[in-house]
Write a protein of this length. Sequence first.
Length: 132
Amino acid sequence: MSKLYVPTEILRVFKEYYPDVSLQEVAWSWEIPGKIYEAEFQQYEVDYEVEITVTGHLLLSEISLEIEDLPDHIVAAVNERYEDHSISEADIIQYSNGDISYEIQLLNASTGKEIEAHFRDDGLFLVEGEQL
């Protein structure tokens, strides 16, 4: 597997937002080939995924959360919509425009099937799927 070339401008933008992260600790890939770079790394035992466009614009940062750190109104919205599921993982997504959403991994208790659901910061359901 060849190593992805990441231009200096993309690295500069990354370091602007995450100055304490060593570039040697970052795994780079394409989120959308030729359009959006994805940087994956861990900081203070928290997993991050950061998306930066080829033009050097930070789109979003996806940060892993402990399930107990989810806001109560998000947990309530998830439980109301998915009564037969349990939350197995959660991420907070911080967009460059200041918006926030939550990516929730859910496990169906009876079938064992996993799905992913997204909720806005106010608890409004956005979308669900197997891998979004």
